[in-house]
Design a protein around this ligand. Structure first.
Ligand code: SF4
Length: 318
């Protein structure tokens, strides 16, 4: 950590790769087992039909064209030289192994690609897919990380939001991925309906105990036409205030292992169809609000990270 009160992703990338590295989003045609009936129908109650792919290019373009187009953009705007191919939308391992092999191999062919980042669900990764990724990593000499959507460790909430998996599947997937030495990213929403401060703390503790490498936070956004949107319009739940949300993020950071890198403190929602997103303010203002609160309380990531490896013995030693 430099002067910052939490581990900043862009600084970490420079430490890791020796220069700035940019993620190139790649959009694959696909679906999700929680939408097609395999593990659930209708998807998570907050998911819109685009499967979190609203910032990507159309999936009708080839991987090569998406990489070339996005790469030109970053080169022109930031003079970028190194990139990570990033499969973000939907569930990028949810396809037959042959197609997965083809897509992932294609995504690392450009000489400026130094890594691969694959976002998926905890119930869509297994040893066969990990075998292939390990071969690809060794053969192409590239960096690979796997992002898992968890959203919350509260398995009651997971059921209420119709995630189609519980905490156990997440733990299993994390261990399998960690055993292969791939870096792992966990996605968390700190203000799902029903979750409280205790869940926020337990989120930080479980991610720390599992040895997750990166965390991506985003606040709940509500899209019109989703089940969550209907519940919101019917007044069945209220979103916590921005002040409460900032308080939750600060608490989460305090309990989080200081080694974990924060890839994102606040997310952006899709444009146009939103009923609620980021309290009607910009994501960077919320980010600033969180940073100011850390300053004000003179606190930082990991300040309360004292609970692993025999908390009772540690307390006796004090
Ligand atoms: S796992 Fe992702 S793509 Fe699938 S329903 Fe949930 S939010 Fe949507």
């Amino acid at each position: 950590m430099t002067n910052s009160r939490y581990r900043i992703y862009s600084e970490h990338l420079i430490e890791k790769f020796g220069e700035r590295v940019y993620k190139l989003p790649i959009n694959l045609p696909g679906t999700c087992p929680n939408r097609d009936g395999t593990v659930g129908k209708g998807g998570c109650i907050f998911c819109d039909a685009q499967g979190a792919g609203f910032q990507c290019l159309p999936n009708t373009l080839s991987i090569e064209s998406q990489i070339a187009k996005n790469k030109r953009f970053f080169q022109k705007r930031f003079n970028a030289r190194k990139f990570i191919s990033y499969f973000q939308a939907y569930t990028n391992t949810y396809m037959d192994l042959e197609s997965f092999r083809r897509f992932m191999t294609e995504a690392v062919q450009d000489q400026d690609i130094v890594g691969l980042s694959i976002s998926t669900r905890p119930d869509c990764i297994n040893e066969k897919y990990l075998d292939f990724l390990q071969e690809l990593q060794e053969f192409e000499k590239i960096y690979i990380n796997i992002e898992l959507g968890l959203q919350t460790v509260n398995y009651h909430t997971l059921e209420k939001v119709n995630r189609g998996h519980t905490l156990a599947e997440f733990i299993d997937a994390m261990w399998r991925i960690k055993r292969r030495n791939f870096d792992t990213v966990a996605h968390v929403i700190l203000n799902l309906p029903g979750d409280e401060n205790l869940d926020v703390i337990e989120n930080a503790k479980i991610l720390s105990a599992l040895g997750v490498d990166y965390v991506k936070l985003h606040s709940l956004y509500i899209v019109k036409g989703t089940k969550l949107g209907d519940m919101y319009e019917q007044g069945l739940f209220k979103v916590i205030t921005l002040e409460e949300y900032i308080d939750r993020v600060v608490t989460f950071l305090e309990y989080l292992d200081p080694r974990i890198v924060i890839q994102r403190l606040v997310g952006k929602g899709p444009r146009g169809t939103l009923l609620f997103c980021n309290w009607g303010t910009s994501w960077w203002k919320i980010k600033e609000g969180i940073e100011e609160e850390l300053e004000k309380r003179d606190t930082y990531q990991g300040r309360k990270f004292d609970y692993l490896n025999g908390k009772a013995f540690k307390r006796q030693e004090v």
